[in-house]
Design a binder for this molecule. Structure first.
Ligand code: MRU
Length: 341
């Protein structure tokens, strides 16, 4: 299963809104479709949207091939900003766009053909790098997992959220490959059910024991003694180690603290944002009320009800036992360990 692929002059991605009922691929040559797919969460997960935006910029470059260099750069810059504005919280998006803009602004590019080649190479490089980062996160994180562990995860930080393998799920997949017997508890992750739809699907495909539970059942599963570790992904990690991740992560971290269960965050270096001194500065995306009032297109709440629908929350660094990155496992104080590495 390939979450996203560069086809030479087009992008192919899995429409994740249809999983697990249907494995449907979308193919496009238009960067506007990529932006729409990111907005609609057809492609989602912090590293995957960075890869998608980079590929979107490579598509935009093709669209402007016939222009002079000045107009070409202006057109591609516009597309880059358009893609960058799709979702505010995952810093991987802005990180990937910034990398593409460095290439675009390179004054040594002779013509649009050379620029298109360079931008395409950079997008493919971001994709390939992400696959490698996931593998390394898996290896470092697996060392934290013991035979017999019950691991709770929230949202989907698997292969579907990255170019391959994932972050939190890479840790689980790698530990399982090492022969460790693991039971996974997957929070359903309201409102869009990335846990119920995507995480369970990925784990079951790999034959890993998984139990789906409502978000509100996580603390009870911990008190029952079934959960011995929590591993989640991240959308942005501020300079002090505060972690933004899918809404509902923060209460999981609080419950884990109550029961003395280690709470681990797995993310590549592209998720770190040293420019922010704390999680209070992380922009939190608020999404459409329909995502809460309706479930899979069926209305469940009264018409006209007021809705609060933040897509992410911030877990304070004090609740994070360790952050697993492609460079290793880091513990507090994160300013000095993770951000000085
Ligand atoms: O809204 P989503 O589905 O894009 O949210 C995804 C998450 O919160 C993931 O946990 C995070 O991006 C890490 S993915 C490796």
């Amino acid at each position: 299963v390939r979450t996203i692929e560069w086809l030479g002059d087009a992008v192919r991605l899995i429409d994740q809104t249809r999983l697990p009922l249907e494995l449907h691929h979308k193919e496009t040559r238009d960067y506007r479709d990529i932006a729409e797919s990111i907005r609609r969460l057809e492609v989602r997960g912090a590293p995957a949207i960075g890869v998608a935006a980079a590929m979107g910029i490579a598509l935009a470059a093709r669209e402007h091939a016939a222009l002079g260099m000045k107009e070409f750069r202006a057109g591609v810059e516009y597309a880059a900003e358009f893609l960058n504005s799709t979702r505010p919280t995952a810093v991987n998006l802005g990180w990937a766009v910034a990398r593409m803009l460095v290439v675009l602004r390179d004054e040594s590019l002779a013509d649009t053909e050379a620029a298109i080649d360079a931008l395409t190479r950079e997008a493919v490089e971001i994709f390939e790098e992400d696959r490698e980062l996931s593998r390394r996160i898996g290896e470092h994180g697996a060392a934290l997992i013991e035979d017999g562990d019950g691991v709770l995860t929230h949202c989907n930080a698997g292969g579907l959220a990255t170019a391959e393998l994932g972050t939190a799920l890479a840790v689980i997949f790698t530990a399982a490959e090492q022969g460790k017997r693991i039971r996974v508890f997957a929070d359903e992750t309201r409102p869009l059910l990335q846990g119920a739809r995507l995480t369970t699907w990925e784990l079951m495909q790999r034959g890993i024991d998984v139990t789906l539970l409502c978000d509100s059942a996580a603390a009870s599963a911990m008190r029952a003694g079934w959960v011995t570790k929590v591993v989640v992904g991240a959308d942005r990690i501020a300079g002090n180690g505060d972690v933004a991740n899918k809404i509902g992560t923060f209460p999981v971290a609080m419950a884990a603290r109550e029961f003395g269960i280690p709470f681990y965050v797995a993310a590549p270096f592209s998720t770190l944002d040293a420019s922010l001194s704390s999680g209070a500065e992380i922009p939190i995306e608020e999404r459409d009320a329909l995502e809460v009032t309706d479930i899979q297109g069926v209305r469940v709440a009264p018409e006209g009800v007021k809705v609060y629908n933040p897509a992410f929350d911030v877990t304070p660094a004090a609740l994070v036992s360790a952050i697993v990155t492609d460079a290793g496992v880091f513990r507090a104080p994160y300013e000095e360990t993770l951000f000085r590495s």
